[in-house]
Design a protein around this ligand. Structure first.
Ligand SMILES: [Zn+2]
Length: 130
């Protein structure tokens, strides 16, 4: 990696845990991760910027996937998915995404009095407890 991306520890560990390889569709070369002998996967695009703020341009961020796995409610409506994770202090983390795909479109912390964007700090605190 030439820059410090990705910023979350789970994306970093996932990338470091797999061999980086190049595939070609005949026109373009692309760096991907080798998952098994015959399987490759696109590199994750972390859902957090350098300040730990959620960013919508993301793909298979391992922190977001970890939160989905903790979800206590999964909803599905016309291909739109929602996952709700309970926090310890009475808040909810709400994640939205298309079908079961890798991009998380929204990640909010909600309670009756407040709504704000999820931060990496929020996510890591939740995942540590899990
Ligand atoms: Zn990430």
């Amino acid at each position: 990696m030439t820059d410090e991306k990705p910023y979350c520890a789970r994306c970093k560990a996932y990338i470091e845990g797999h061999e980086l390889t190049t595939i070609s569709d005949g026109l373009y070369n692309k760096e991907v991760l080798r998952i098994s002998e015959n399987t490759t996967q696109e590199l994750p695009v972390c859902a957090f910027d350098k300040d730990g703020n959620f960013q919508k341009e993301n793909w298979m961020c391992m922190t977001m996937i970890g939160l989905r796995d903790m979800s206590s409610y999964h909803g599905w409506n016309e291909d739109e998915s929602i996952d709700v994770v309970h926090t310890l202090n009475g808040e909810y983390v709400v994640l939205t995404y298309y079908k079961h795909r890798g991009r998380t479109g929204n990640a909010l912390v909600l309670c009756d009095d407040e709504q704000r964007n999820l931060t990496l700090k929020d996510a890591e605190r939740l995942l540590e407890v899990d």
